[in-house]
Design a protein around this ligand. Structure first.
Ligand code: ZN
Length: 254
């Protein structure tokens, strides 16, 4: 089944993990490392939002509760522009390292601060560092989440049954994420674009689905923002449907 409405030739989930400095604060990093994260809220997010507005795109931002708590006006601004806010932990914790009781507390804190900033609970979740405990999916499904976006066992979205609940999985992959490529592997923007243009071409050819993940503190830094614009232009040239994650999930959820 094709996800995209008629008139479109493939689906591109263009999503943003707006972590800002939450992970560095949680880890107790030094002030310079914290400042590097804070670039996301000070500069990167605005470059990203401006670009999305330029192309009339409405997408999904995965946000730690701590970021919603500390930058509520930015979160409200993102929402007012028509984007979706989904959950991404409270302080960008590693869920695979949290004790069982703590995991639920973290999810509740995440929901509380997103609700305070947006006015409603998140319907979707993405695990920080894409790391889960064996309990995470069941907790999400029992709390009414429509989708998760953390697993890596498919190119295309699918549904998971958990007892009486269904949750949609919007799968991801490390090589389709700006962070490891630009911040860890230190590839050049041109190398990253080369890889991603091939993925866009392949997704277009099979009329399928592609998920690309960006971080405002990474892709919004200096001239790297041009990578995002080139991706958007190439995807639109190939008639991509670029929806919010909830729009994709609703197509599969019943
Ligand atoms: Zn993150």
């Amino acid at each position: 089944m094709s996800l995209q409405p008629s008139g479109y030739e493939f689906t591109l989930l263009l999503s943003f993990d707006f972590d800002s400095e939450s992970a560095e604060v949680w880890k107790g990093s030094d002030p310079v490392a914290i400042s590097r994260g804070r670039y996301g809220a000070r500069v990167g997010i605005w470059r990203v939002l401006e670009l999305l507005d330029k192309y009339g795109l409405r997408v999904t931002f995965f946000v730690p509760g701590w970021v919603a708590e500390n930058y509520p006006r930015i979160i409200a601004d993102i929402t007012n522009r028509g984007h979706e806010i989904a959950g991404h932990g409270y302080m960008h914790e590693r869920f695979d390292e949290l004790p069982p009781g703590e995991e639920l507390r973290v999810i509740e804190l995440m929901e509380r601060y997103i609700q305070n900033a947006v006015g409603s609970r998140p319907l979707g979740f993405r695990a920080p560092y894409w790391r889960f405990s064996p309990r995470t999916l069941s907790i999400l499904a029992s709390r009414g989440y429509v989708y998760d976006s953390s697993l890596m066992d498919s190119d295309d979205p699918y549904t998971i049954r958990l007892d009486d609940n269904i949750i949609v999985e919007l799968p991801v992959d490390w090589r389709l994420d700006d962070w490891p490529l630009l911040e860890i592997e230190r590839l050049t923007p041109r190398e990253v674009l080369g890889m991603w243009f091939e993925e866009i071409e392949y997704a277009h050819k099979r009329k399928g689905y592609l998920s690309l993940t960006f971080h405002p503190q990474c892709i919004g830094r200096g001239a790297r923002i041009k990578v995002l614009e080139e991706v958007i232009k190439e995807a639109l040239r190939r008639k991509a449907w670029i929806p919010r994650a909830i729009d994709v999930a609703r197509k599969l959820y019943s």
